[in-house]
Design a protein around this ligand. Structure first.
Ligand code: EPZ
Length: 429
């Protein structure tokens, strides 16, 4: 199993290109199931989760062609995928595939809308919480689906096709909003989603669906209206930049000090996180190329932060902020409100000498002037990268184990960091 070795203490200086967003690329690829024409997606990050979803879609009979590099393409541009679901040969998503990646459960929406049936394994729990799918099922039932749970599978049918409905989510859910939105594009009549998730990835998917001929308005607000159409067609769409990758590198620079340009980043996608970094004493400036992050000399000021749905502080940056606050000049408080068990990194950060105590959903972090490198491992993607951030500033060597988590969501992490002066290498085997 690959590991990453880091010798901490170097400042980061240079440019980091920001990749396409994993959490937009995955639902966009799934949206290709809604049409028998080709969906061309540009700026798709080269990630293990994308490769796994290609396999899962392949199981349904979807053809995916990855275009080669063309003259003039920038060196590290994301890939272009040509996705054709002309012939869906199987409407079952089996346990062994869905259990590897929760988002693959979302195929239930497009399959049901287009094929009138789907049998999709329930994804089960994961390291960050129980993560049920009850709200996804509720939304599809409102749209007219009959769903039973049988042998660990959600077996869904809509023999007459789906129909428009009002879907009022009792809590904000990204997965529920994606699935309801995709399914409603082909439902007969009008669907109104209230208390919808406002995350930029929802807006990106809605933009793509509209290019495919859907009639979606209000994406990015809590009220989305979808006028169903009989058929969607092919389109070309570029995945938006990854706001979580952007925030992660911004926190890495805040941690080590230095001056880094985050190329292609869009500040409006993570304003709440940039505001927190500014409060912590980091200089953030926007320019034509993206976002510039600088911390020179000044210490890190402690902060009080609660995670919240967009536009609030993202849960997917909570672990990274905690790593940063281990070196703040005072005590910080970070409250996790989205997932009940998303503190797995606390034990591992303690191995660097961090002082963190947990009280329910709130962590208190007593900042310390120095961390020391250690062997560490983590159980989810964002927790893993928080350990990398700690290691970049820790004295001595850190070995991060189980880095397959990192490969799920960070494209060329070690290349991007080493190009800015970090001592970081991947050790194979
Ligand atoms: C998405 O997960 C992201 N995943 C997560 O990123 C992210 O942390 C999360 O949204 C919140 O922003 C992808 O986009 C692929 P939810 P999702 O539905 O859609 C509860 C990462 O590291 N809930 O908004 O699964 C749920 O348990 C990942 O990239 C129900 O109770 O999140 C949670 O407490 C991790 N019933 C809350 O809602 C349901 O049916 C929000 O979940 C669905 C969700």
């Amino acid at each position: 199993m690959d590991r990453i070795r880091i010798i901490g203490g170097n400042k980061l200086n240079g440019t980091i290109p920001i990749s396409g967003a994993k959490n937009a690329a995955l639902p966009l690829m799934i949206a290709a199931l809604l049409t028998d024409e080709t969906l061309i997606l540009e700026n798709v990050p080269r990630l293990a989760d994308v490769a796994l979803l290609q396999r899962i879609l392949g199981n349904h009979g979807v053809d995916i062609m990855s275009a080669g590099k063309r003259p003039g393409d920038r060196e590290h541009q994301g890939q272009t995928l040509h996705i054709s679901a002309a012939n869906i040969i199987d409407t079952t998503a089996p346990y062994d595939l869905v259990s590897k990646m929760r988002a693959s459960f979302w195929v239930i929406g497009p399959l049901l809308a287009r094929m009138k049936e789907a049998k999709v394994s329930l994804p089960g729990g994961c390291a960050i919480g129980t993560r049920p799918v009850d709200l996804l099922i509720m939304a599809l039932e409102k749209l007219g689906a009959e769903i039973v749970i049988d042998g660990g599978y959600a077996v869904a049918r809509a023999p007459q096709g789906l129909h428009g409905a009002t879907i009022d989510f009792p809590k904000v859910t990204v997965s529920g909003t994606h699935v309801a939105l995709m399914a409603a594009t082909l439902a007969a009549g009008t669907t109104v989603i209230t208390n919808a998730a406002c995350e930029p990835e929802i807006t990106d998917v809605a933009d793509c669906l509209n290019k495919m001929g859907a009639k979606v308005t209000g994406a990015g607000t809590p009220r989305i209206v979808i006028e169903g159409v009989a058929k969607l067609h092919g389109a070309r769409h570029a995945v938006l930049p990854d706001r979580i990758e952007t925030g992660t590198y911004a926190m890495a620079v805040a941690m080590t000090g230095g001056d880094v340009q985050l190329q292609g980043a869009r500040p409006e996608l993570l304003q709440s996180a940039l505001d927190v970094l500014t409060q912590a004493g980091v200089t953030i400036t926007q320019n034509n190329e993206g976002i510039r992050v600088q911390r020179n000399g000044a210490g890190i000021r402690p902060v009080e932060v609660s995670t919240a749905p967009f536009p609030g502080f993202p849960t997917d940056l909570q672990a990274q902020l905690m790593a940063l606050m281990t070196r703040a000049e005072g005590a910080s408080h970070i409250t996790e409100t989205i997932f009940e068990n998303r503190f797995m990194h606390v034990q591992e950060l303690a191995r660097f000498g961090a002082r963190i105590t947990l009280d329910g959903e709130t962590a208190t972090i007593e900042g310390r002037p120095t961390l020391r490198g250690a062997p560490v491992m983590a159980t989810d993607l964002r927790a893993s990268v928080s350990l990398v951030i700690a290691a970049l500033a820790a004295e001595g060597e850190t070995m991060v184990n189980r880095i397959y988590h990192l490969d799920r969501g960070f494209e060329r992490l070690e290349d991007k960091l080493s190009a800015c002066g970090a001592t970081i290498e991947r050790i194979s085997g």
